[in-house]
Design a protein around this ligand. Sequence first.
Ligand code: HEM
Length: 509
Amino acid sequence: MAFRPRPLGMSVIALATLVAFQASASTLTRDNGAPVGDNQNSQTAGPTGPVLLQDVQLIQKLQRFDRERIPERVVHARGTGAHGEFVATKDISDLTRAKVFAPGERTPVFVRFSSVIHSGHSPETLRDPRGFATKFYTREGNWDLVGNNLPVFFIRDAIKFPDMVHSLKPSPDTNIQDPNRFFDFFSHQPEATHMLTRVYTDYGTPASYREMDGNSVHAYKLVNEKGEVHYVKFHWKSLQGQKNLTAKEAEAVQGKDFNHMTRDLIAAIDKGNYPKWDLYIQTMTPDQLAKLDYDPLDATKVWPGVPEVKVGTMTLNKNPESVFLETEQSALAPSNLVPGIEPSEDRLLQGRIFSYADTQLYRVGTNGLQLPVNRPRAAAINHNQDGNTNPGARKGGVNYEPSTQADISASISVRYSQMPLSGSTQQQGIARTLNFRQAGEYYRSLSAKEQANLVSNLAGDLGQVKSDGVKYTMLSYFQKADANYGRALSKAVKADPARVEAMAAKLQD
Ligand code: HEM
C-alpha cells in the first residue's frame, strides 16, 4: 500500500489519544504495560480451589520480587551516597593536564561513604575504616578517587587482600567476627602495625560522615602536557572538622540508632546544611621518591614533611532519590582514570585497578557503566558491544577500528606516560619496609586521652586472643613501634612485659 501523508485531523486524534493515555497513566500495569485488573486477590479455581498459574500478574509480581537484590559489594557493603560539585581553585597545569583541575572548573560528583567489613544493614557504630569514594564526572570522562578516611592501609600487596578480608569477616563456621582469626592473620603482617594503630583509635568510630576526612591512601601519578610525571597523594579535609565517638559513646549510640551516619548526612543535606571538603595534594618527583628511607609507594605509609597544597573544594548538596538506582548500583573503581591521572607502581593499587571493574562486571553487570549514576558526562564512543541487558543505541555496521568508513580513532595526545624499566621479573617483598616507625610517630602525636582510648580499644580485642604466640607477636609489634605504647598494651592485656620487650628487640624496622 502506498504511503499517504496523514491529514491534519489525524494528528489531533493522535494527540487526544496520547492525552487519554497520560490521563490513565496512574492505572497499575504489568511490566509489558498492560493494565492490571486486581492487585489484591490471586486468581483461584472457584471460591475454595487452588491458585492458578495463568494469573500473569501474580506470577510476574513474585518473579520480580524474587530478583530484587543484586549481590552486595564483597566489602564496603554498608554505604550511603550523595551528589554534589567539585570546584577547582588552583592552577596545577605544571603538574597535570587533567581538566578537572582547571581553575574555576565545576565538576559534578557522586560520593559514596561506607564501612568495610559487615553486610549491607550492619550498625554504623562498629569499628572499621570508612570508605570515602568520589566519582568526578569530568569533561574527559569519569575519574573515581576511591579512598578511605584513614590515610594508610593494612597491607602493601594485593595478593594478601582476599586472605585479610576472610580473616576480618565473620567466621565461615560460626558467622561471628573473631579477633582470634584476624590477629592470627595480622601476626604475620608486621606492616599492618601502623594501620591497626590508627583503626583502634577513635578515628575507627567516626561520629558522622560529614565530620570525617578522606585520603587516596595510594600515590597516583599526575602527568602534564609534556608527559612529565609527579607522584601524588590526595587528601579530603572536612570543613565541618573531625569528630569521633569513644567506644562508650559508640555503644550508647548503637542502642539508640545504628544508622546514625546515614541519617546525619541525609538530614543535613535535606536541611540545606551542605557539607564541604577541601581537596589537598602532596606531590613528589620520581627522583625524590628514591631518596627516602621508606618506600613512598607503600600503602602503609604517609608522607611526613611533604607540603599539602589545596586544589579545590567539594560540596554535597543533593540526596539520591533512589538508594538502589544511585548508591547501590554505583560502580566506583580505581581504574576509572582520566588523562593526566595515572596509577603509580604501588602493588596494592595495581591489584585494585583490576579488582573493582572485575567485581562490578559481576555485581552490576556487563553494561553497568551505562546506568545513569555511572554513565560518563562525556559520551562513551567505542566498539565494546552487546552483553546482557544492553540498553544502548548502537547503529550501523562499523564496529571495529580503524575503518575507512568512520573517523573514530584514538588520540595520541593522551597516551599513557612512559617509565624506564630494568631488571627481571620477580616475587619479592619491597626493600624499604620500615614497618614500625610511622606507627610509633603516630602514637606519640596523639594526646594522652587519645592514647589511653587507643590502648583500651585495642586491648578489648587483643585480650580475647587465646593463642599466646599470636598475642605476644602482636604485642611485640606495638612495642617495637613505641615502648610506652607496648608497655601500656601489655599491662592492659595482663601480658609479661619482659617477654614482649625481648621479642620486640629481635624485630627489624
Ligand atoms: C588490593 C587491595 C584491595 C582490593 C582487592 C579491594 C577490593 C574491593 C572490592 C572488590 C570492592 C567492592 C567494589 C564494588 O563492588 O563496587 C571494594 C570496595 C571499596 N574499597 Fe577496596 N579493595 C582494596 C583495598 C582498598 C583500599 C586500600 C582502599 C582505600 C584506599 C579501598 C577502598 C574501598 C572503598 C571506598 C570501596 C567502596 C566503594 C563504593 O563505595 O562503591 N579498598 N574494594
